[in-house]
Structure formats: structure tokens, C-alpha cells
Ligand binder design. Structure first.
Ligand code: CP
Ligand code: NVA
Length: 336
């Protein structure tokens, strides 16, 4: 729900197909300008501040957001849970009102998804979800950008990279992505996005680790609209059939540390390996993605450090896609 006409990025379920493509196009353009054309941003955020309220650890999201804000001429202000009054001496509601009265935007990493909803309700400036227990929208934008670079043109090899011929809508629909892992915030985020874009998607999760029913409903409706295939299974081999991309994430998300032993047992057989991909019949040139941080239980070293793995490109693309989100919300003030 969008309040006071302020646009937020809470989940990609709220954005249309063309709004998602607009963000990808913008990220591609910014990366090209900065890395390949040596152009600056024009510093549209000069004099503005983006507050980062993070209640959990972060490497990529924090570095991406701080460096993107600096590139746009603004100032990132990191407010870790040890630094501010939030959660100890002050409520989320009061914190949202106070920070938004001084900063121009808030990038928030929270525990319960309801926290990001509260922030959006009471903030007078745009809120960007930097991860909640339900969704991780900025990660999916980086995943889409990486898939575009892998299966479409790449700026290193294509001199007409930025031309209209190279719109991601020409490359993403029709790809097949297979998720092997937990029914967590990453799977939820893919479910509300990939079917909407016409990307075929299959998810293998252990029996008791299935995605939330409301998210599955959204995915089914989107798949019907776009005509993409969507399937759920508890058998990893079934899910990887004909996959262009195999993707996983940690089996133990932040906040679930006490469930570690049980989860390691329950996820037996879910490690991504070359033989899983071969036996399941993934496409010969399949690629591996992972939002990181990674543990070796969910994917072995052979896959993770192989040429099939695009995880470090994916990590870098966090910067360009978050940059596009900040540009949309704080500069253009719209996703359209
Ligand atoms: N992928 C991701 O969000 O990484 P961080 O937790 O390091 O930000
Ligand atoms: N599912 C993981 C993603 C980390 C980027 C977590 O929530 O901890």
C-alpha cells in the first residue's frame, strides 16, 4: 500500500512489468555510463541524505547503497542497531517520523516484514526494503540484470549494448529458473517477480519449508497472465529440468541460527552440484546464481567457483540496481 502518494519499494509485487523493466534499463544505463563511458552522474542527490537503518548484518546491500548514494552526489548515513535508540529506547513509529523529518529517504533492513510496512506508513520520505523476513526486492533486480548480461548482450563484448535492440524484455521472458532451497525471502521475491516477466520458474523446497501461501497465490496469478510455467516440488532433480539458471540461498537465514541442526538434516539432498544438474537435465549451458553470503552446504565449491557461477557479477550488480532504485525514488520520484 502506497501512502501519502510517496512511492516506496517494499516488494516487487507492487510494481508492474514495465516499472521493473524501467529500473533494469536505468541500472544498465548507469553501469554503462560509470564503467564504460567514464561519465559522472551529474550528482542529482547533492545535499541529500539517505539513511540506512539496518537491524541485521550486511556486506553487499550496505556497500551497494552507500557507494551508489555517493556516486549520485548524496550522503549515505549508516545507522546500525547498536547506534540508534530504535528497538531499545524508541519505537519504530517514532523512529520513522524522526528520521524522515531530516533524511530524504530510508533504506531499511528489518526482521519482521511488518516493520517495513510500519516504516512506510509513518515515514514522510521513500522507504526501500533492504531485506525483511518476507522479501528482498533489491536482490531480485540484481539477479534480473545479471541474467540479462549472461543471456543477452554484455557491455564487454557488445558495442551497441545500450541500443534499443537490447531491452531486457527481449532476453528474459522464456528463460527457466530453478530454485533449490528454502521457502524464504529470496524465493518469495522470485515468485512475485519472475512469473510476472514471463520467466518460467520451478521451486524445490523440502516438505516443511514451502513458501507462504499468499505469495504462491500471487505467483500463480502472474503466471496465468504471462503464460509462463510455474511448478513446485520437493525433488531438486525435478526442478532443474531444462533450467537455464539454478539458484539457491543459505538454508539458515539471519534470525534462524537456533534451527541450524534441524535444518541441516531437513535439507539433506538439496546441495547444488554438477551431478544434480546433469542428472536432473538442466540445459548444458546452465548458470548458477546465489545472493550471498554462501555456505558450502547449499552449493559445493566445484559449482560455486566454476565458470557456470555468476555470483560475483550478481553481487556487483547490487550496486547498479540499487542505484536505479534510489534514482527512481529520490530523484525522479516515480517508477514510471
Ligand atoms: N545479498 C545480500 O543482501 O547480501 P548482504 O546481506 O551482505 O547485504
Ligand atoms: N535469506 C537470507 C538472505 C541474505 C541476503 C537471509 O534472510 O538471511
Amino acid at each position: 500500500t502506497q501512502r501519502k502518494n510517496i512511492p516506496h519499494l517494499i516488494t516487487l509485487a507492487d510494481l508492474s512489468q514495465s516499472q521493473i523493466y524501467n529500473l533494469l534499463r536505468s541500472a544498465i544505463q548507469h553501469k554503462y555510463n560509470a564503467k564504460y563511458a567514464g561519465k559522472g552522474s551529474g550528482e542529482p542527490l547533492k545535499g541529500k541524505t539517505l539513511a540506512l537503518t539496518f537491524s541485521k548484518r550486511s556486506t553487499r546491500t550496505r556497500v551497494a547503497t552507500e557507494s551508489a548514494t555517493a556516486y549520485l552526489g548524496g550522503t549515505p548515513m549508516f545507522l546500525g542497531s547498536q547506534d540508534i535508540q530504535l528497538g531499545v529506547n524508541e519505537s519504530l513509529l517514532d523512529t520513522a517520523k524522526v528520521i524522515s523529518s531530516m533524511a530524504d529517504g530510508i533504506m531499511a533492513r528489518v526482521g519482521p516484514h511488518s516493520d517495513i510496512e510500519v516504516l512506510a506508513k509513518y515515514s514522510s520520505v521513500p522507504i526501500i526494503n533492504a531485506l525483511s523476513d518476507k522479501y528482498h526486492p533489491t536482490q531480485i533486480l540484481a539477479d534480473l540484470m545479471t541474467m540479462h548480461e549472461v543471456f543477452g548482450p554484455h557491455p564487454d563484448t557488445d558495442s551497441e549494448y545500450i541500443s534499443h535492440l537490447h531491452h531486457p524484455k527481449d532476453f528474459l521472458p522464456g528463460l527457466k529458473v530453478a530454485w533449490i532451497g528454502d521457502g524464504n525471502n529470496m524465493l518469495h521475491s522470485m515468485l512475485v517477480t519472475f512469473p510476472k516477466l514471463g520467466i518460467h520458474f520451478s521451486a524445490a523446497t523440502p516438505q516443511n519449508y514451502q513458501p507462504d501461501a499468499d505469495v504462491v497465490e500471487i505467483a500463480k496469478k502472474e503466471a496465468e497472465n504471462s503464460g509462463s510455467e510455474l511448478s513446485f516440488t520437493t525433488a531438486p532433480k525435478e526442478a532443474v529440468k531444462d533450467a537455464d539458471v539454478i539458484v539457491t540461498d543459505t538454508w539458515i537465514s539471519m534470525g534462524q541460527e537456533s534451527e541450524k541442526l534441524q535444518r541441516l538434516k531437513d535439507f539433506a539432498g538439496f546441495q547444488v552440484t554438477m551431478s544434480l544438474a546433469e542428472q536432473g537435465g538442466a540445459k548444458p549451458d546452465w548458470k548458477f546464481m546465489h545472493c550471498l553470503p554462501r555456505k558450502s552446504e547449499e552449493v559445493d565449491d566445484e559449482v560455486f567457483y566454476s565458470p557456470k557461477s555468476v555470483v560475483f557479477e550478481e553481487a556487483e550488480n547490487r550496486k547498479w540496481t540499487i542505484l536505479a532504485v534510489i534514482d527512481a525514488l529520490l530523484v525522479k520520484k516515480s517508477f514510471d
